[in-house]
Design a binder for this molecule. Sequence first.
Ligand code: ATR
Length: 272
Amino acid sequence: MDRYAVIGQPIAHSLSPRIHADFAQQTRIALEYEAIEVSQAALEQELSKLHRAGYKGLNVTLPHKVSVAAFCETRSERAKLAGAVNTLVRSDTGWNGDNTDGEGLIRDLRDNLDIEVRGRRVLLLGAGGAARGVIGPLLAQSPAELVLSNRNPWKPEALAEHFKPVGALRPCTHLALKGDRFDLIINATSAGHSGEMPRLPGQLLAEGGACYDLSYGSAHAPFHAWAESQNASLIADGIGMLAEQAAVAFELWNGVLPRTDALIAVLHKALW
Ligand code: ATR
């Protein structure tokens, strides 16, 4: 039976084994998918071990999404642009690194939530690894503008420079957003994991605008409460993106794109 795994630290609460078990059942492809705890120090050795053991594909989660690139034989253009890898595809001689996070977000916005990015004013909060993964795919949708704001002012400026060849990104601090209005606000900060929300100026969401969080579960609560205070017409957590990035990874490995709608509903029920 083909073997797959997600590697990270911590990994015990990963939803990936459950998601891929659903895809396997749905597509009638027999596979085994495990969650394996891997420390930073053991990453290179573990990747070689899993390759030798014949694993066909791996998902990579925190804290390895950036560092794993050094151990990839090749990387896709989107993984290079993001500077992060979340999916490894086996070749005879090593691992090919890809990044399905951005496509996962776009698929969730477009196919599941009917949220348009094209021609809209979009604000992305946060300038860490999670934000890097989605900037390229968001720019490819041709928003009217994409503003990247962060607590630390230097990171958005560096990212605007990095992404210049693919599109314009306006870097700023959260506080400099005062007076701006957006149709879509996406939270890519990790603040929710400490029960926090970035400090933002008053009203930022335009009438009828939507709010999307890359976090889910209890980490989504602070952003959800803030989005309610902005009178958002729609508030979404990152479960849809999680399922979609997994579906795209599954397709890279097996050539079949599984459905995600029923699974997303089940995961929401389990988490709330
Ligand atoms: P990830 O890979 O999850 O993006 P990261 O690279 O550590 O993690 O980035 C975390 C992001 O969340 C950063 O944009 C960080 O802001 P700073 O660069 O200013 O530190 C943001 N963040 C984390 N906690 C925050 C908080 N309490 N308030 C505002 N922003 C926060």
